[in-house]
Design a protein around this ligand. Structure first.
Ligand code: CS2
Ligand code: MG
Length: 406
């Protein structure tokens, strides 16, 4: 069998997505997500100009060899653009391999380690009361775990705040303008508010619901230690991305000062970004996912390393990761021994139409399909109806204008 075509498809049903579609000489096709929010066209160029020509004529079933051919062959290894491009190709090859074998991909990864995948939903609100009500709504809809974010008094906008209306419309998308929106950030206002938020959530919802919070990379290790300590009474399942991803040794200070579980990894693109944090048990959950961490081939290796140190998976699953990525992530989540939680933000109805898929949500769980391959595809006609729209993620500045972390 030989690869005859490698198409890179850009579509924007509400937000931009990049999809790799590989075709073989026997008419089989495979799809892979290669969406890098706010930098989509860099990946498109890397794929079209540099990877597609190298794949024509290759045997699509040599998945691991192709992965190393693209990774070691690049000479300039790692990094978000390279690893997202490799991920798109790798995922499409796993899809083809499943179709050739007549099996869903999780069967090729070792079979089921569980009957369904526990997900967490995104509750948020412009006020504490609204956030608590939104979280209660998720529990009523069967979710077993809820991430809670709320607006910070005194700040016009804060990460993750879409409010009930936006949540109902599945419309929260931070990359909302061609030129980055500039927000004002205030760490003290945030640190003062978040413990109050979780005090209210626990008071209203009780001790059992699994609660999560995304700090979104905005604290120093010592500020994160303070927050982690102040959140201890509320027994969070995890505090996510407390410090910028580059500050890896800062996790030692954080870990030494709080027992609040820590999750990180959504911006990591290779096992080398995760190794120290996993090996020193500085985190409890690793949030790498298929599209940004080099595809199924490399993600599986990251989770295998994590399993050695009892670190669980907590894969990123925001709506800027396409249904192709979510389907692939569910196959990995279904098979690995050290599954923790899967992030789940439902996509817009238009997006679900462009990417027909067999996974389904039921009672707080996502169920991977049994179709051969990944159980997801791209409708080329529908995709063509939604041309690319320039969109950048926001930036943060402190009150004095200093550039900060978003
Ligand atoms: C966030 C993401 O869902 C999350 O955990 O960190 O929504 C993130 O902001 C976006 O994926 C960035 O594109
Ligand atoms: Mg996050």
């Amino acid at each position: 069998m030989k690869i005859t075509d490698v198409d890179v498809i850009v579509t924007c049903p509400g937000r931009n997505f990049v999809t790799v579609r590989i075709t073989t000489d026997q008419g089989l096709t495979g799809v892979g997500d290669a969406t890098l929010n706010g930098r989509e066209l860099a990946v498109v160029s890397y794929l079209r100009e540099h990877l597609a020509p190298l794949l024509i004529g290759r045997d699509p079933l040599r998945v691991d060899d192709t992965w190393h051919y693209l990774y070691r062959g690049a000479y300039w290894r790692r990094g978000p653009v390279t690893m997202t491009s490799i991920a798109g190709v790798d995922t499409a090859l796993w899809d083809i391999k499943g179709k050739v074998a007549g099996l869903p991909v999780y069967q090729l990864l070792g079979g089921r380690s569980r009957d369904a995948v526990t997900v967490y939903g995104h509750a948020s609100g412009a006020t504490v009361e609204e956030a608590v009500a939104d979280a209660a709504g998720y529990l009523e809809r069967g979710y077993r775990a809820v991430r809670v974010q709320s607006a910070i008094p005194g700040l016009d906008s804060t990460y993750g705040i879409g409010g009930v209306a936006t949540a109902a419309a599945h419309a929260y998308e931070p990359a909302d303008s061609a030129i980055p929106t500039e927000n004002v950030w205030d760490t003290e206002a945030y640190l003062d508010h978040v413990p109050q938020l979780f005090a209210a959530v626990r008071r209203e919802l009780g001790p059992l619901p699994r609660l999560l919070h995304d700090v979104h990379h905005r604290l120093t290790p010592n500020e994160a230690a303070r927050l982690g300590k102040e959140l201890e009474p509320y027994h969070l399942t995890w505090m996510e991305d407390p410090v910028p991803a580059e500050m890896q040794d800062g996790y030692r200070h954080l870990r030494a000062h709080t027992t609040t579980p820590i999750a990180t990894g959504e911006v990591f693109s290779s096992i080398y970004d995760c190794e120290l944090l996993i090996r020193e048990r500085l985190i409890d959950y690793i949030r790498t996912t298929v599209v940004h961490a080099g595809g199924i081939t490399h993600l599986r290796r990251i989770f295998d390393l994590a399993a050695l140190y009892d670190v669980r998976s907590g894969s990123h699953g925001a709506t800027d990761l396409s249904p192709v990525c979510l389907a692939a992530a569910l196959h990995v989540d279904t098979a690995i021994p050290n599954f923790g939680l899967q992030e789940y933000m439902p996509h817009t109805p238009e997006t679900d139409e462009v990417f027909p898929h067999s996974y389904r949500f039921e009672d707080g769980m996502l169920h991977v399909g049994e179709a051969p391959g990944l159980g997801v595809d791209i409708d080329l006609e529908k995709a063509a109806q939604y041309p690319y729209q320039p969109a950048s993620l926001p930036v943060n500045r402190l009150r004095d204008g200093t550039m900060f972390h978003w």
